[in-house]
Write a protein that binds this ligand. Structure first.
Ligand SMILES: *Cc1c(COP(=O)(O)O)cnc(C)c1O
Length: 376
């Protein structure tokens, strides 16, 4: 299915498994000023705006680098030097936003809930009521640390009611979980090519409300990450300011063809939801326990508690699964020892069932009786 027999299946939150066609689309060398490249770049940007429901109101500014580069760019551009951002934290990516604000000397406050608890809308409402200096709220749609879904529509409604502005890290949700600018008001939302849109790593993008982006001129403390400058330059001549990730964009355009063919956000979200269902049911049969209750679990990545059986060794588990062709992901939680298995990428029922069979074999080989966290 991934077109390269020896590559493992990546059950990770990115990079993730891409289709053979997406990889083949990269087999071209186009110059940065090439008309064909400029046309593909324009098309990719327009398609991304449409996925966000932002036609006529929002624009897409692509940016070289991993996802964090564009999160950093969003904060540096949209939160002005005299602004203040309230960051909703329930995992590592929220904490990373706070760290970015430290680097940029932007004023911020955090509103924290535990890693297994969604952002708290009532606390947000209260915090905004109590502090008139807060100009922006930054939230994470799906916190990939645990795989938890945050109540972004409710957050957006509260932020708008208080007349503040919303910045969204939609990195691991965009393309699989609906985010529609017509229903969920935001100034900026960022994501990357290599998560639910199933392109290859190398670039992120910001979907920005046009008039909000226009007002960010001069805010960015970084030249490379200046979204306003990137946008005005690209609107001017269709080109990127600095060497564009040409291969990544060619692959992205192909990945968006596949996204459309699958039925857009609804189709993709349905396949990931089915991947999650198969994974969670199979793991529970083996005794494993999910961190989150099903109602809070996004169909992106699932966190499992480490088994309590003393024969279980995560290093060995990981390596043997890799030998069988499946890559999983260590946990990033502070609350409990855990590991994660992704549902996203060019994977379906056969791969999820294959991964479950491999997991069952590996724990048997290790002499582990059950995946139960409390089985000593
Ligand atoms: C993947 C991800 C990022 C970006 O991570 P990079 O490793 O820099 O690509 C940011 N936020 C969330 C929620 C993510 O899942």
């Amino acid at each position: 299915m991934n077109g390269a027999d020896k590559d493992p299946w990546l059950l990770t939150p990115g990079p993730l498994t891409t289709s053979a066609e997406v990889k083949q689309a990269m087999a071209h060398d186009l110059g940065s000023r090439d008309d064909q490249f400029i046309a593909v770049n324009r098309r990719v940007r327009d398609r991304l705006v449409a996925i966000a429901g932002g036609e006529g109101t929002h624009v897409c500014v692509p940016l070289q680098g991993s996802g964090t580069f564009v999160v950093e760019a969003m904060l540096g551009n949209f939160v002005p030097p005299d602004g203040k951002v309230l960051i909703l934290v329930n995992g590592a990516y929220g904490k990373r936003m706070a760290k970015i604000c430290d680097y940029y000397a932007r004023r911020y406050k955090t509103l924290e809930t535990p890693e297994d608890t969604p952002n708290d809308p009532a606390a947000l409402d209260e915090a905004l009521g109590a502090d008139a200096a807060i100009s922006h709220v930054a939230a994470i749609h799906c916190e990939t640390t645990s795989g938890i879904l945050n109540p972004i529509a409710e957050i957006a409604e509260i932020v708008a009611r208080h007349g503040r502005r919303l910045l969204i890290d939609a990195m691991s949700a965009f393309g699989a979980i609906p985010l529609d600018a017509r229903a969920v008001p935001f100034d900026a939302a960022v994501a990357s090519a290599n998560k639910c849109l199933q392109g290859v790593p190398g670039m992120g993008f910001c979907i920005a409300k046009r008039n909000a982006l226009e007002a960010t001129k001069g805010n960015s403390p970084s030249l490379s990450l200046d979204l306003h400058d990137q946008w005005t330059a690209m609107e001017g001549n269709g080109q990127w300011r600095f060497t564009p990730p040409t291969h990544c964009i060619l692959a992205f355009d192909k990945a968006l063809d596949e996204f459309d063919a699958e039925g857009g956000v609804a189709g993709r979200g349905a396949r990931y939801g089915e991947n999650r269902r198969i994974l969670v049911a199979g793991m529970r049969e083996l005794g494993f326990k999910t961190l989150l209750p099903d109602a809070l679990q996004a169909p992106i990545i699932v966190t499992f508690h480490m088994p309590g059986d003393p024969k279980f060794d995560f290093g060995v588990f990981y390596r043997r699964l890799r030998e069988k062709g499946y890559v999983i992901y260590p946990g990033k939680l502070t609350v409990a020892p855990s590991f994660r298995i992704g549902c996203i990428g060019h994977l379906g029922e056969a791969e999820m069932k294959g991964a479950l069979a491999a997991i069952s074999e590996v724990i048997r080989e290790m002499g582990v009786r059950t995946g139960k966290p409390d089985a000593a």
